[in-house]
Design a protein around this ligand. Structure first.
Ligand code: INI
Length: 167
């Protein structure tokens, strides 16, 4: 899919002990490209005033494992949102489709099942070149976009929770 995710306007995160903590879960498969997604996500958090000390990065073997790791982290209730990044590149067999599909639906299931936003920063590409383009090249950085979405969704959840407590 061409194009970039539209940017929202999330409020500045709170500071101090109430400041939210975020997690990035990264798939080691195609690691050189995934590192660029992690960098993009970290940069987006920094530009929203989230200090690096409040962002934890976890590595898992491949994109197929992203949902399980995200669910594990979500259940700790330690994170305001979880960013999942990985790179799935089409090969000679349908393996790619299984991995990409399970990563996407699994991450969505984590978000819906736990209520903790889990965002999709997985590049699904037909070639390595396409993947690089989406990891800080011509077509943006899916990690950065997923972190932007995580900040916005964390704010959304916090805002709804605050309203729920007003009499
Ligand atoms: N994992 C990826 O993150 N990207 C891929 O392109 C990929 N391909 O094509 O095989 C991939 N496979 C590994 C998979 O995610 C699991 O780690 C593995 O199947 C073990 O469960």
């Amino acid at each position: 899919m061409a194009g970039r995710a539209p940017r929202g306007r999330p409020a500045a995160p709170r500071r101090g002990s109430a400041a939210p903590r975020f997690a990035i879960v990264a798939a080691r498969f195609n690691e050189r490209i995934t590192k660029r997604l992690v960098d993009g996500a970290a940069g987006a958090f920094a530009s929203h005033g989230v200090p690096a000390s409040r962002v934890d990065v976890y590595w898992v073997p491949g994109s197929f494992e992203l949902p399980q790791a995200a669910e594990h982290l979500a259940r700790t209730r330690r994170y305001a949102a979880i960013v999942c990044v990985g790179v799935v590149i089409r090969g000679q067999t349908p393996h790619f489709e299984h991995v990409a599909r399970e990563a996407a639906s699994g991450i969505q299931r984590v978000a819906l099942g736990t209520g903790v936003p889990a965002t999709f920063g997985v590049v699904t590409a037909l070639s390595e070149e396409q993947a690089w383009d989406r990891a800080g090249g011509e077509a943006g950085n899916r990690g950065e976009e997923a972190a932007e979405a995580a900040v916005e969704m964390a704010e959304f959840v916090a805002r709804v929770a605050e309203r729920g407590q007003t009499p």
